[in-house]
Design a protein around this ligand. Structure first.
Ligand code: IMP
Ligand code: MG
Length: 177
C-alpha cells in the first residue's frame, strides 16, 4: 500500500512545466519552418507529449508506440518487445521520440533503430528525465529536461505497477512495496 510518508517531492507541476517549456523552445528553434512527427512511448509519456505539443509552434503530428521492457515492479527485464507499432508513415519525416524517462536505454535503442530503418529523414530523442548514470546501451539523446540520480520516480505518467501516473507532480518513492 502506498503511503504519503513514502513520497518525497522531486519536481512540482510548475517546475515540470518550466522544463517542458524550455525543451519546446529549443525544438521550436531547431525545427523552425519544418514539420515534426512526435512519437510518444506509451504509456508513461502521455502527459509529457500532451504538454509538449501545446508549447510547440511548429507543425507537429503525433503517433504512439508501446514497448514493454519492464516486468512487474522496478527491475527492467532487459528484453524489449513491441506491443503497438507506429501507425504513421514516417519515411522522410523529422521524427522526435518522446520519452518521460530513460534508464538503461534499452527501450530507446530498440525504437531508435527501428525508426531509422523505416527511413525517417532524422530521428532525435526528447526525454523529460534522464538517469544517465544507469545507461547500459548507448543512445543519442538530444533534448533532456533534467538529469537525475538513480532514484525510482512516480507521477506525471511515471508508474509503479500502473499506479501514480495521474499525479500532477513527480515524487521519489522511498519504500515502494
Ligand atoms: P530503459 O529501457 O531501462 O531505459 O527503461 C525505460 C522505461 O522504464 C521508461 O520509459 C519507463 O517506462 C520505465 N522507467 C524507468 N525508470 C523509471 C522510474 O524511475 N519510474 C517509473 N518508470 C521508470
Ligand atoms: Mg516510458
Amino acid at each position: 500500500m502506498l503511503d504519503n510518508k513514502n513520497f518525497t517531492k522531486y519536481l512540482n507541476r510548475h517546475e515540470i512545466d518550466a522544463a517542458v517549456q524550455s525543451i519546446a523552445n529549443r525544438i521550436n528553434d531547431d525545427y523552425a519552418g519544418r514539420e515534426v512527427v512526435l512519437i510518444g512511448v506509451l504509456k508513461g509519456a502521455i502527459l509529457f507529449v500532451a504538454d509538449l505539443v501545446r508549447h510547440l509552434k511548429i507543425e507537429a503530428k503525433i503517433d504512439f508506440v508501446r514497448l514493454s521492457s519492464y516486468g512487474k515492479g522496478r527491475a527492467s527485464s532487459g528484453t524489449v518487445t513491441l506491443v503497438k507499432d507506429v501507425h504513421m508513415d514516417i519515411r522522410g519525416k523529422h521524427v522526435l521520440i518522446v520519452e518521460e524517462i530513460i534508464d538503461s536505454g534499452r527501450t530507446l535503442r530498440f525504437l531508435y533503430d527501428r525508426l531509422k530503418k523505416a527511413e525517417a529523414a532524422t530521428v532525435e530523442v526528447v526525454t523529460l528525465l534522464d538517469k544517465a548514470s544507469k545507461r547500459v546501451v548507448d543512445v543519442p539523446v538530444k533534448y533532456v529536461g533534467r538529469r537525475i540520480d538513480d532514484q525510482f520516480l512516480v507521477g506525471y505518467g511515471l508508474d509503479l505497477e500502473e499506479r501514480c501516473r495521474n499525479l500532477c507532480d513527480i515524487f521519489y518513492l522511498k519504500y515502494p512495496n
